[in-house]
Ligand binder design. Structure first.
Ligand code: NAD
Length: 293
């Protein structure tokens, strides 16, 4: 039944995305290792809680995943009792998690042998985008599979972009995460220097928003820093995971990642100091501490 969809991973992002599918009239068969969340989904009459991923796979032909990282996705698809063994031929798995592009290609090749379609469709737009259904999806898949899944993704997102073959969506996501992290660090470094030099950070922001230093971090993250509210948002831990993915892919493809390597150490320091669960904008606190602000 095309109207019944499997959904695995009801966390910060998955829960509101699943809610939007239910609001659009879909029936969901859901699974999560921490299943309590399922009882809070809207339209409970259309929610079936699966007892395992295998049980879920027996009830659907399309499965959406929103899991933390590569090992979780690989285990869910290719592990014992995984979707790869339990779904019928011709089924479709859409992985919306942010994971390794290389692992994604491996999973795609394995599923090809079993005649199960696979696409990577990581997102940007954060929890707010997930709640509002305004996410951007970066999709790696054969064109005909992309076309088939477009309607479903449009329920959860606004911009759905086909980036190329399997793995391309994850590649674009990794590039975005690398750039946003470098961005955030460059702004933190600059602002620490400016503030220690005696300039009001609000004035500095106003000026630089009109200068060549303008960037997403300045537009979106600096207000958070000025509020001194480092509740997440997007955590240091998750951003470090994405930077690590970039470094792994850089190594595999023999691409030097100088800036990424440097900021990885910085993000790791924040984790070591126990700040992994803070918002990524808390990067600036390390600079402030070292500069004696
Ligand atoms: P989360 O940790 O809140 O949610 C993950 C969910 O998966 C949890 O409910 C967990 O219980 C479940 N889970 C973990 N392992 C499982 C398994 N083996 N089987 C079944 N369920 C399992 O994470 P999130 O913030 O929702 O992020 C999910 C993905 O989306 C990550 O890859 C993240 O990088 C990416 N992402 C997050 C944001 C954000 O702002 N939070 C934005 C864009 C992309």
């Amino acid at each position: 039944n095309e109207n019944t969809i499997g959904f695995i991973g009801l966390g910060v992002m998955g829960f509101p995305m699943a809610s939007n599918l239910l609001k659009a009239g879909k029936r969901l068969v859901v699974f999560d290792i921490n299943i309590e969340q399922a009882a809070k989904l809207p339209f409970q009459e259309n929610v079936i809680v699966a007892s395992s991923k295998e049980d879920l796979a027996k009830q659907v032909d399309i499965v959406l995943l929103m899991l933390p990282n590569s090992p979780h996705v690989k285990e869910t698809i290719l592990g014992k009792g995984g979707l790869g063994g339990a779904l019928d031929q011709g089924s479709l798995i859409i992985d919306m998690s942010s994971i390794s592009s290389t692992v994604t290609k491996e999973i795609g090749n394995e599923l090809d042998k079993r005649e199960i379609d696979f696409m990577d469709a990581p997102v940007s737009g954060g929890q707010i985008g997930a709640v509002n259904g305004s996410l951007t999806f970066m999709v790696g898949a054969k064109k005909e599979i992309f076309d088939e899944a477009l309607g479903l993704l449009k329920i959860m997102g606004e911009k759905i972009i086909h980036c190329g073959e399997t793995g391309s969506g994850q590649t674009v996501k990794i590039v975005n995460q690398l750039m946003s992290a470098v961005n955030l660090v460059s702004m933190s470094e600059g602002f620490t220097l400016g503030v220690k030099g005696g300039v009001d950070p609000e004035i500095m922001r106003d000026v630089i928003l009109n200068g060549s230093g303008r960037c997403w971090a300045l537009e979106d993250r600096m207000p958070v820093i000025l509020d001194r509210n480092f509740e997440p948002g997007f955590t240091i831990d998750l951003h470090t995971k994405d930077i690590t993915l970039a470094l792994e892919v850089g190594k595999e493809l023999h691409v030097p990642l100088y800036a990424t390597s440097l900021i990885h150490e910085l993000f790791k320091t924040l984790q070591t100091k126990g700040n992994g669960q803070k918002d990524n904008s808390a990067i600036i606190t390390l600079y402030e501490e070292l500069a004696g602000i």
